[in-house]
Write a protein that binds this ligand. Structure first.
Ligand code: URA
Length: 241
């Protein structure tokens, strides 16, 4: 929530002082009602008219890095009323997640109200690197890992080149831990890549996006990105393939 005069000034319609003058003269409407109260707080989604002209409201941009726990959905709102990643962040801004992580996937996800950064990070041509660590059922071989790197077929389409390495082979529990670095972000991409070579993913965590990691951010917690980090993200274009 912001003071009405600030929102009008941010829209570029006039200065904050002029906005105060117009409010006191009864020239400002919020959702159809004339507002003359000076401290009136309003929201960026409210419909504001000044002297009969609708104004475009612009919200300050915010950026959060969340360490998503299991059992949380990655949408702005869930029709089944389940908790969403947006519910974990205290803000009055209309933020949404950049890309998605499955309900049972944990790890790094960015939330913002900046559509430009969202497009940049999700557009395949920018090749933004994402690092996942997957625990899979069975004992994977080096040859199979090589297949993941060269590309596997998901719904008849070959995945682009990836990097992968085996972190652990556990014969006792008949499971393996593999680090997989991909640029693409199709739905269930990692699970489907392992499925394509005959393995089920038991646990999945996203460790990083570009240079951003989960360092200092425990599960369920978040931090704001600095402007420096946001600018650096735009420089992250990875032209390797
Ligand atoms: N790939 C998946 O299969 N699931 C995720 O949550 C993210 C990437």
């Amino acid at each position: 929530m912001e003071r009405l005069q600030k929102i009008i000034a941010l829209s570029g319609y006039c200065s904050r002082r002029k906005a105060e003058e117009l409010i006191s003269k009864g020239k400002v409407k919020v959702n159809g009602n004339i507002i003359t109260e000076m401290g009136y707080k309003t929201n960026f989604s409210d419909y504001i008219e000044v002297e009969g002209h609708p104004i475009e409201t612009v919200e300050d941009k915010v950026y959060y890095l969340l360490n998503k726990p299991r059992g949380i959905v990655t949408t702005a709102s869930d029709e089944k009323g389940r908790k969403t990643v947006v519910d974990l962040i205290k803000t009055d801004k209309r933020i949404y997640p950049v890309g998605r992580l499955d309900y049972d996937t944990t790890g790094l996800i960015i939330l913002t109200n900046d559509g430009e950064l969202t497009n940049y990070l999700t557009h395949p041509k920018n090749n933004i690197e994402k690092v996942y660590v997957a625990k899979i059922k069975g004992l994977i071989t080096k040859d199979e890992v090589r297949k993941l790197c060269n590309g596997v077929f998901i719904n008849g389409k070959k995945t682009s080149k990836a990097k992968a390495k085996i972190l652990k082979i556990d014969k006792k529990t008949n499971s393996s831990i593999v680090e997989l670095i991909i640029h693409e972000g199709k739905n269930h991409q990692v699970k489907n890549m392992f499925k394509a070579i005959g393995y089920d993913v038991l646990k999945l965590k996203r460790e990083s996006i570009a240079f951003l990691t989960l360092d200092g951010v425990p599960s369920g917690e978040y931090r704001e990105l600095s402007i420096k980090e946001v600018k650096k993200l735009y420089g992250e274009k990875n032209n390797q393939d």
